[in-house]
Design a protein around this ligand. Structure first.
Ligand SMILES: [Fe+2]
Ligand SMILES: [Fe+2]
Length: 367
């Protein structure tokens, strides 16, 4: 069982945050801290997020923020501060030697606090991404290189240097995962690679194509890294599908297919707890086999019930599966894959996204 991340709650009245704690408790282990138990008591334990209550005493919350920020992991902690409404109206009064990532006025609803909390997490991650700008572009470069080798393998069934190709996939996966600043993605990928090498290579291809689709629809670098990570982890639920089903060289029986189908739901559940601040990652895993007309699994969702990231991942996943070489089938050419997918556009796959994807494939990958 993976351990939950820790959220520190600094308040002299932690009971004020019962609603927030109840919701966030599904994702985080919540540790209430006060003057008697401080962040120093948790020096050995990583803290990923904190809610700091600056009411009624702002000196209390300032001390709490300073203690948090001075920890070795201090820059990585997403801090939400609860402040008196007048503090928000008077930004001059906000001292910033250990700033929160987001502030919200006291007395707001649980939903408003929750929204502010996720904003604090998003801002923290943007800052980390900005400071790791180098590794983000290195990841994109590597992914492109690895992808051309992958193309080579899927087209010709071989590459000139398989050992180097393997090493490159591993390196690319590591870089994409590092770009998000989260070690747990790398741990999950390592587990996927050990469990089923094909799923690992497939996940990397999906991640690369997702990133490229993101570029084609004009998303920011931050969003493209999110797509890359969602792509890398979309099939993580296959870790819980027995290897004899995953690697079966012939057609699956009805029961085996039912077992295979569980990977979507299982993956979503696994990722929900791990990526609370970026729910899209879990959604992509849970929805990448859903179809607009309700014929997909696990929930038979319809059109707008499917999140955009789920719709994107569905397109990329099908294309990727068709163009991959498996023990039991030759890889299909890009053109043939697109020809199979074209009739699905509008009915099963989102037309607009498919068209963008199709023209990107034609430009980039056409022989
Ligand atoms: Fe899948
Ligand atoms: Fe997949």
């Amino acid at each position: 069982m993976t351990q939950k991340e820790t959220l520190a709650l600094f308040s002299i009245r932690p009971d004020k945050f019962a609603g927030l704690s109840m919701v966030l408790g599904r994702t985080f282990q919540i540790v209430p801290l006060s003057e008697s138990a401080t962040a120093d008591d948790f020096a050995d334990q990583p803290i990923s997020a904190a809610v700091v209550d600056g009411t009624p005493y702002r000196t209390f919350s300032r001390e709490a923020r300073r203690t948090l920020r001075s920890r070795p992991d201090g820059d990585r902690i997403a801090i939400l501060e609860i402040v008196d409404p007048e503090v928000l109206n008077d930004p001059e009064s906000v001292e910033d030697d250990a700033p929160a990532n987001q502030m919200v006025a006291s007395g707001r609803s649980t939903a408003a606090m929750l929204a502010a909390f996720w904003q604090a997490c998003a801002r923290r991650e943007e800052q980390n991404w900005a400071s790791e700008h180098e590794s983000v572009s290195a990841a994109a470069r590597q992914a492109k290189q690895a992808f051309s080798i992958l193309e080579d393998i899927t087209r010709r069934g071989t590459t000139d240097d398989p050992a180097a190709a393997r090493e490159m996939f591993r390196e690319t996966a590591r870089l994409i995962a590092r770009a998000s600043g989260l070690r747990k993605s790398q741990d999950l990928l390592r587990a996927i690679e050990t469990h089923h090498a094909y799923t690992f290579a497939h996940s990397l291809k999906v991640a690369t194509l997702m990133t490229e689709l993101g570029r084609a629809i004009g998303l920011t670098e931050t969003d493209r890294v999110l797509l890359a990570e969602a792509g890398l982890l979309h099939d993580v639920g296959k870790l819980m599908v027995p290897i004899d089903v995953l690697a079966k060289p012939s057609r699956l029986t009805f029961d085996e297919f039912e077992t295979m189908k569980t990977h979507a739901q299982l993956g979503e559940e696994l990722l929900q707890g791990l990526y609370g601040s970026r729910p899209e990652i879990a959604i992509a895993a849970g929805q990448h086999h859903e179809k607009l007309d309700g014929s997909g699994y696990p929930n038979g969702l319809l059109k707008t019930q499917i999140h955009e990231i789920g719709r994107s991942c569905a397109i990329v996943d099908i294309y990727s599966a068709l163009t991959d070489r498996r023990d039991y089938k030759d890889p299909m050419s890009s053109e043939d894959a697109l020809a199979i997918m074209r009739p699905m556009a509008g009915a099963k796959l989102e037309e607009r996204l498919f068209e963008v994807f199709e023209s990107w494939v034609r430009e980039e990958l056409a022989e």
